[in-house]
Design a protein around this ligand. Structure first.
Ligand code: UDP
Length: 259
């Protein structure tokens, strides 16, 4: 296949021109970064796992009526997505205190929040992604009040759905980050879920032990990052065959039959 033109390289993904106008190819790298790019490493196999997990979760979220940019997975590391105009906000939904909210407000990590809290951060690495009030979002025109209403409603529906989905496989959804984009269908503008849904962007704790199964293992040098991501994929029932075979080989076992 001819090499595609690269349009953008982010910290964990690269975007290439898609095969048709209005489409992009989203490539998942193995790179991991944290603390605004100050900490970097390569987690072998992470891109493959996140591509597969994001495919699965985007499709599930799509099934409950949330429009997403996801079209189809192309191969181990690439998926075809709709080209959207990214709204420059990181939309964070929190169920349990962890990370920034614990630090900023002095709430012990692991404290159940009185209700789900949705926060908006500006996507601006050079400013360290500052926390915004809704007033900032609408006054500076990053999103209109109507768009923000829709984003909030989607974010809460996604939270309800994913909380249940993960609880069913013994994982607590502590918090997660979403990104949305604008997509024009004929003359109509639609807000769609973009970016990715994976343990890079969410905190997942084992429901029994509270063991961390997400990127905090990388941020906090806990080790076992790939194993944790693999375990999430395994519980979702979607561990990619290649990863399964590799893991079995490492354990000195024959790979399970592929199907
Ligand atoms: N998050 C993310 N990208 C960011 C910042 C946060 O995906 O640039 C996710 C993070 O993985 C977590 C949630 O958003 O699941 C809330 O993160 P928090 O605001 O607590 O920031 P952190 O502690 O990760 O700096």
């Amino acid at each position: 296949m001819a090499r595609r033109r690269q349009l953008y390289e982010g910290k964990a993904k690269v975007l290439f021109e898609g095969p048709e106008p209005g489409t992009l190819v989203q490539y998942f790298k193995d790179d991991a970064t944290a603390f605004n790019n100050q900490k970097k490493d390569v987690i072998t196999g992470k891109g493959v796992l996140n591509n597969r997990m994001s495919e699965y979760l985007m499709e599930r979220v799509g099934q409950i009526g949330i429009p997403t940019h996801f079209i189809k997975r192309l191969n181990m590391r690439e998926q075809l997505v709709r080209e959207v105009e990214i709204i420059p906000l990181e939309v964070v939904v929190r169920n349990v205190a962890a990370g920034q909210i614990s630090q900023r407000l002095g709430i012990a990590e692991g404290t159940q929040l009185p209700r789900s809290i949705v926060e908006y951060y500006l996507k601006a690495d050079e400013l360290g992604d500052p926390l915004l009030a809704e007033e900032h979002v609408t006054a500076f025109g990053w999103a209109t009040p109507q768009e923000l209403d829709e984003i909030l409603s989607y974010a809460l529906r996604i939270n309800d759905f994913l909380t249940g989905l993960f609880l069913g496989i013994g994982l607590k959804l502590i918090d997660f980050k979403l990104e949305f984009g604008r997509y024009w269908e004929e003359e109509e503008m639609r807000i769609v879920l973009a970016d990715e849904l994976s343990p890079d962007n969410m905190r997942l704790w084992d429901a029994q032990t509270d063991e961390k199964m997400d990127k905090d293992r990388f941020r906090r040098d806990m080790g076992g990052v790939r194993e944790a991501y693999q375990e999430v994929a395994r519980r979702l029932g979607i561990l990619p065959e290649e990863v399964q075979a590799e893991a079995a080989a490492e354990m000195g076992q024959a790979p399970k039959s592929v199907h």
